[in-house]
Design a protein around this ligand. Structure first.
Ligand code: GLC
Length: 651
């Protein structure tokens, strides 16, 4: 877009940037900067327009973009161009991800590189390595308290090893996802250390206050994220003799994006990791980026402006790189992290589908898909060119953040229903097979969340203890069914390491002083590679889960209707135990798949005629593409086995 004020400013900025930047061959950089500059300028002005040094800050911003463009390795620039040509590449059904801790999964980064064949055997071609940047020894919130944003933690390896891993992955067509913790730093980070030493410049990198007056104003409306281990949102720092905002743990200092220097530093860091070979950057805790007195300081308009600005800037320097929004917030808010408009206000191409995840666990507890259906029905369509990250479990707790209105529509009272769910998964009911732990319990509000590994929450731990083969089989079926939903739902399925082997809870965290107050460690296991070998031993739970998943992943990749173009139609079978939807490829309408999952531990029937289901398929023979078997449909009625899932296609 041509806009005279921005255009004149761009010319002035290009005159002012450092002379060495002007000498370089920057053709592609300049076209991209020109195309995005109006947006960048408008957004930057929206955040920092009141400042006298606005233009100087913009010069610095453009220098950061140019320096990182110059530093960007040639093969990555080539990828950028390829992805610009095929900008919907990540919506394809071929991508299947896994999130893992390098150390707990494999050891050091070179060990992880050696384990790539295991992931490829399963069909995983997108690996999210959980935080590996430098962080202090002892408690570091699983790596989310970063003390140096430009180096790999020595316990994980070196920057060279990470680059080598990235190159090995690229050579095998595997995408690399890295975490960038944009909301806060460790209190050991150089900026925090300088702030503690009294440097005003760095105190302004954080929200620091000399007394409780302003913190108290914030506290009136800000909820607590970790009410048990880190109550309140501020911590008094003795060395600095000031209060500092610490929304998460006391050692995680919130960055102050009201200061443009913070924005520019973090942009530089994002581009640095893009240049180390990351295809996708996971932006942590993005809902929290902007704090405002009198609000919850989550999902603020300015947080979106920051993300749009990050995106537009990244588009100039590293356009092939995607962002994942980690915003575990209400469904109506999550959707906004894709942006408001695919062209003028886009933010993150990918977002965690926390709503569907939590709703699936609701259906597991109740054996009823009613609330799951209501919740999915209320989920607005995404923007074009945006996609979900669909998951069953991850390294965090399960928060029950779905919508109260949907809970009411499903026939429950919101507060008591949430209480029931937490109790169900954490030992409150003797008939529940789930073995979870409570997390983030807030005595004042009554809120609580759930921790636990997928297999233990699904009942496998207790079934194995009881040794009842049919019970064990039901749990395995449930685990496969939940994955069958995320593989077919639309978006990138993200498996969580260990779940492919049915890994149970790991209780060893209870004896570790740095972990015992955080029950999420119960589901962050160290992989036992001897056990992993059992994936090849016929009949073991490991084999049944791993091979079942491997097969479903293979079928997903061959099913064009599973690509994500908002091409999902939710169905309403009469049995409330069933969750069913239809997927059809917009360009290949004959490619249709009916997905039907049974949350009950007894068989359930679905009348295809009533749903117009038969109509979708004509008179051809119906086949379940998961098992490859023909389906028996009697008088229009299909029977789905306990915890079964069918991907129905006509042949
Ligand atoms: C994100 C991470 C979580 C961490 C928090 C604070 O939500 O997923 O593990 O505790 O951010 O960094």
């Amino acid at each position: 877009m041509y806009e005279p004020v921005s255009h004149a400013l761009l010319n002035r900025i290009l005159d002012q940037v450092k002379p060495e930047l002007k000498k370089k061959q920057l053709r592609f950089f300049h076209t991209r900067l020109g195309a995005n500059f109006y947006a960048i300028h408008s957004l930057f002005k929206r955040l920092y327009g009141h400042r006298e040094d606005l233009e100087a800050q913009m010069v610095r911003l453009v220098e950061v973009l140019a320096q990182n463009y110059i530093a960007r390795p040639k093969p990555l620039k080539k990828l950028d161009k390829e992805r610009e040509q095929d900008h919907q590449w990540f919506l394809h059904q071929r991508w299947v991800g896994m999130a893992l801790y390098a150390n707990a999964f494999a050891g050091r980064l070179p060990d992880l590189q050696e384990r790539l064949p295991y992931l490829q055997e399963l069909g995983v071609n997108l690996v999210h390595i959980m935080p590996i940047l430098q962080c202090p020894p002892g408690a570091s919130d699983g790596g989310y308290a970063v003390s140096d944003f430009r180096d790999v933690d020595e316990r994980a390896g070196t920057l060279d090893e990470l680059r080598a891993l990235g190159e090995a992955m690229h050579a095998q067509d595997v995408l690399l996802t890295l975490d960038v913790v944009v909301n806060h730093t460790s209190d050991q980070h150089e900026w925090a250390q300088k702030a503690k030493a009294g440097e005003a410049k760095y105190q302004d990198y954080y929200y620091t206050f000399e007394d409780r007056e302003i913190p108290d104003q914030y506290e009136r409306t800000m909820p607590e994220v970790f009410p048990e281990q880190a109550p309140g949102n501020f911590t008094y720092d003795e060395a600095m003799e000031r209060w500092v905002m610490t929304v998460f743990n006391t050692y995680q200092w919130d960055l102050n994006y009201r200061n443009p220097a913070v924005f520019i530093e973090m942009l530089d860091i994002l581009l640095f990791w893009a240049n180390q070979g990351a295809d996708i950057l996971r932006l942590d805790a993005v809902a929290f980026l902007w704090k405002k007195i009198g609000t919850q300081s989550q999902n603020e308009r300015e947080a979106h402006v920051i993300l749009q600005l990050f995106k537009d800037c990244c588009q100039v320097t590293a356009p092939g790189v995607l962002f994942i929004a980690e915003a575990i917030v209400a469904p109506s808010e999550i959707i906004k992290y894709f942006g408001e408009d695919a062209v003028v206000a886009k933010e993150c191409e990918i977002a965690y589908n926390a709503t569907t995840m939590a709703l699936m666990w609701d259906a597991v507890a109740t054996k009823n898909a009613q609330l799951l259906r209501e919740g999915i029905r209320s989920l607005p369509d995404k923007l074009e060119g945006a996609t979900w990250l669909n998951y069953v479990r991850c390294h965090d707790d399960i928060g029950l953040g779905f919508d109260d209105g949907d809970i009411v529509k499903a026939g429950y009272d919101p507060a008591s229903h949430r209480r029931f769910l937490v109790d169900w998964f954490t030992g409150g009911y003797s008939m529940s097979p789930a073995r979870g732990r409570r997390f983030g319990e807030n005595a004042a509000t009554g809120d609580a969340r759930i921790a636990g590994s997928l297999a233990s929450l699904a009942g496998l731990e207790s079934a194995l203890e009881r040794g009842d083969p049919s019970e064990i089989q039901l749990c395995i079926d449930l685990i496969l069914m939940l994955h069958g939903i995320i593989l077919a739902f639309g978006g990138i399925p993200l498996l969580y390491y260990g779940d492919e082997l049915g890994t149970l809870n790991d209780y060893s965290y209870e004896g570790d002083i740095h972990r015992s107050d955080d029950s999420r460690w119960i589901h962050r296991p160290v992989i036992d590679w001897e056990r992993a070998e059992r994936r090849n031993e016929r009949g073991t739970p490991e084999q049944r889960i791993y091979q079942g998943l491997r097969h479903m992943i293979e079928v997903r990749k061959e099913t064009p209707a599973f690509a994500d173009f908002n091409n999902r139609e939710l169905l309403d079978p009469e049995s409330t135990h069933l969750f069913a939807f239809l997927r059809s490829h917009p360009q290949q309408p004959s490619e249709r798949v009916l997905v039907v999952a049974n949350f009950n531990d007894a068989p359930e029937t679905m009348n295809l005629d009533e749903l117009g289901g038969r109509g979708h398929f004509g008179t051809g023979q119906l086949v379940d593409s998961v098992s490859g078997s023909s389906l028996k449909v009697e008088e229009g009625v299909l029977t789905v086995p306990p915890f079964g899932i069918y991907w129905v296609e006509a042949h």
